[in-house]
Design a protein around this ligand. Structure first.
Ligand SMILES: [Ca+2]
Length: 162
């Protein structure tokens, strides 16, 4: 599964959310062009996160997993192959939004503190956080290890393709 990127318009994404909650149609990223992306895994990738400074990540609360079992991989492109740019991290501190509701997914945000700060490299670097909310219609990038196409009806429910 390689890192994918989607370019969307903020206004369009808000006005027309996909029916099933997925964003389909991305393209494979240039390796390490999204150096703030992290893969959360426990033997395999299960969720993405974003490095917001040298020791904290932002993700969604519904991706919570036992912090003592979870690994955080930074500097990833292909999560199935060792590429020499990865930094494996652990955590014991996960903070949910205090109003997170697992049934409605309201306030679906969590913060993950790494045991140690990352080493800043060309493949691992915090994202530049905005100083204000974006204006409707502002282009933005969505990145993650997802799928680039809709699966045929017959394969619905199978693992995501690369
Ligand atoms: Ca890799």
């Amino acid at each position: 599964m390689r890192l994918l990127v989607l370019l969307v318009l903020v206004g369009a994404a808000v006005a027309m959310p996909p029916k099933d909650g997925r964003i389909i149609g991305g393209t494979e990223c240039k390796p390490n062009s999204q150096p703030w992306m992290a893969s959360l895994n426990y033997g395999y990738h299960f969720c993405g996160a974003v490095l917001i400074n040298e020791q904290w990540l932002l993700s969604v609360a519904h991706c919570w997993y036992n912090p003592y079992s979870m690994q955080i991989m930074l500097g990833e492109h292909d999560v199935r192959v060792f590429e020499g740019t990865e930094q494996l991290m652990k955590t014991n501190t996960i903070v949910w939004h205090p109003s997170y509701n697992y049934q409605t997914l309201d306030h679906d945000i969590m913060m993950i503190k790494l045991f140690h700060p990352v080493t800043i490299t060309n493949a691992v670097r915090p994202v530049a956080l905005p100083s204000a909310c974006p204006v409707s219609g502002t282009p933005c990038t969505v990145a993650g290890w997802g799928t680039t196409q809709v699966e045929p009806e017959s394969s619905v429910g199978t693992a995501f393709p690369q």
